[in-house]
Design a binder for this molecule. Structure first.
Ligand code: AMP
Ligand code: ZN
Ligand code: FE
Ligand code: FE
Length: 293
């Protein structure tokens, strides 16, 4: 099942979401869409869950290599207010008990937060239903994109982007969730044999971002890479991330952060160099990439 090395010209997208969290394609549809988009390597990185791994592996089309991963909801708590950040984790052991427990705790915290956001909306006379939102998430990790869909169904906003504006989920009805301390997450991913990469570290349009000093501390704590090429980074921010990674000896990745119709970005819109992919594979001791036979 372990795939051969990727060719030098491989198209590699290391950050995508399925219905196991807040994407709109099932894991099986996602791997088929990745092959159709001409990708050679795809990582499935649903928020705080590995539930999409098995169905993605089962549906893997010929010629596509799957990197099993997750995007972990983290927070840097040493500042006031704490800053939310996302850690991509690749090829970790999905049964490592401490990590499994933390992911389950964060998923539960997401449900608590989601229900409280809905209570705030309802208190303002906005008719959205938490049981319906939860039912439509269908067991996948629930997030604000699911609430955004409820606002669209109610005719209150036209698009997900509008639902994430300041009048709605971006500010007025934004609540924090009980994320994992980012240093603990880096340690847990490494302890599970995984490779941690900081997702969209300069994506300031989503909220406050962390300083380079924190990234330096995270690198010392075991961070392996930085996601440079992402639609939420300007060209200058991408260049800055590359420079910082080079200084710290980290690799850089590029990826679509595909969410199906919850976002406009297409699979493979940004890609990762084969050298970075090979560093992830070489560093990981949890699970291997999978290719269909
Ligand atoms: P949550 O994890 O519940 O806090 O929701 C954050 C998710 O919403 C992330 O996966 C983002 O990709 C997505 N998201 C954040 N901002 C936007 C936006 N402006 N438009 C669409 N999706 C967004
Ligand atoms: Zn998402
Ligand atoms: Fe993210
Ligand atoms: Fe993401």
């Amino acid at each position: 099942m372990t795939p051969p090395p990727a060719p030098a010209a491989a198209r590699i997208d290391l950050h995508t979401h399925s219905t196991a969290s807040d994407g709109t394609l099932t894991p099986a549809e996602l791997v088929r869409a990745a092959a159709d988009a001409g990708l050679d390597v795809l990582a499935i990185t649903d928020h705080d869950t590995t539930d999409g791994w098995a169905p993605a592996v089962a549906a893997l089309p010929p010629g596509l290599t799957l990197v099993r991963g997750a995007e972990i909801s983290c927070r840097w708590y040493a500042t006031e207010p704490a800053v939310a950040l996302h850690l991509l984790a690749y090829l970790f052991d999905p049964e490592e008990p401490e990590l499994v427990a933390e992911l389950a705790r964060v998923r539960a915290a997401r449900e608590v937060r989601g229900e409280r956001i809905v209570e705030l909306l309802r208190a303002d006379g906005i008719d959205v239903s938490w049981p319906e939102i939860l039912a439509r998430a269908a067991g996948g990790t629930v997030g604000r994109p699911h609430i955004a869909q409820a606002l669209i169904r109610a005719g209150l906003v036209a698009t997900t982007t509008e639902a994430f504006g300041a009048a709605w989920l971006g500010e007025r009805y934004r609540l924090p969730k009980a994320d994992i301390d980012v240093f603990r997450a880096v340690r847990l991913v490494r302890a599970a044999g995984g490779v941690p990469v900081f997702a969209h570290p300069r994506a300031s349009r989503r909220g406050p971002i962390v300083s380079d000093e924190l990234i330096i501390e995270l690198a010392a704590a075991g961070l392996a890479g930085l996601e440079a090429d992402h639609e939420d980074h300007s060209p200058a921010e991408r260049a800055h991330v590359r420079g910082l990674a080079a200084e710290l000896g980290l690799f850089v990745t590029g990826s679509s952060d595909f969410h199906g119709t919850h976002k406009t970005v297409r699979l493979g819109a940004f890609t990762t160099a084969v050298e970075a992919y090979e560093r992830i594979v070489a560093d990981a001791t949890g699970v291997t990439p999978v290719a269909s036979t």
